[in-house]
Ligand binder design. Structure first.
Ligand code: CA
Length: 228
């Protein structure tokens, strides 16, 4: 899951980046409204954390422009502006959540999990695909209750696929949602990660759809008791 943070205060940017990276997210940064708007306009983020008081272009204007251009990613406003009328303005501009500074990082992470799971049609922080489970709070996955040892990249691939289970995800889409903008993107490395993941979770859970991409499924023998 790839998150854009638009925040002009360097300390806050660093604090959020550390917390999000530790929580298994890929993070891109913008320090002003112009950069932020450009990145949101050109990269497919899973969610955005947006400050309002920004150099160059105000956060509300950035948000209004994205929404006008049809951008649907969830946006959490994170701002010092705590008047109710500012909150109304933010939500009406297309925000999905609104948090005022100072904040607790844990709360930001919990709200982000909620936005991400809602955006992909899930209601709980533990996402299941048959006996495969991913706990987005602890960034741990289990298979039949047994913990899986995943690298950071394997976790990112699994997280994206399980959030979007039963849907075909192309290699390009996967690359765009697990690497940040500066990463040297090579879709061949994705195949390596998927291959390693298959060895850990069983080859029948990630189907290769020829020429289209990957689909994470609940194997047939588990479907009767599948709860999502
Ligand atoms: Ca600011």
């Amino acid at each position: 899951m790839r998150i854009l943070i638009v925040e002009d205060e360097a300390d806050l940017r660093r604090q959020l980046t550390d917390a999000l990276t530790q929580a298994g997210y890929t993070v891109d940064l913008a320090a002003d409204g112009e950069d932020g708007h450009f990145l949101g306009d050109t990269e497919p983020y899973d969610a955005v954390i947006l400050d309002l008081g920004l150099p160059k272009i105000d956060g509300v204007t950035v948000l209004e422009r994205w929404r006008k251009d049809g951008k649907t990613f969830p946006v959490m406003i994170l701002t010092a502006r705590d008047r109710w009328s500012e909150k109304v303005r933010g939500f009406d501009a297309g925000a999905d959540d609104y948090v005022t500074k100072p904040f607790y990082t844990e709360e930001i992470l919990a709200r982000l999990r909620a936005l991400l799971r809602r955006a992909s049609g899930h209601v709980l922080p533990t996402i299941e695909a048959g006996s495969l489970r991913l706990d987005t709070r602890s960034t741990r996955a289990t298979l039949n209750g047994t913990p899986l040892r995943l690298t950071a990249h394997e976790y990112k691939v699994l997280s994206y696929l399980i959030h979007h289970q039963e849907r075909v995800v192309s290699r390009t889409e996967l690359v765009e949602h697990i690497y940040d903008q500066d990463f040297d993107r090579d879709s061949n490395t994705i195949e390596v990660f998927v291959g390693r993941l298959r060895k850990k979770i069983g080859g029948n859970r990630i189907i290769t759809e020829r020429g289209l991409g990957y689909r994470l499924i609940v194997p047939e023998h588990e479907q009767a008791r599948a709860v999502r």
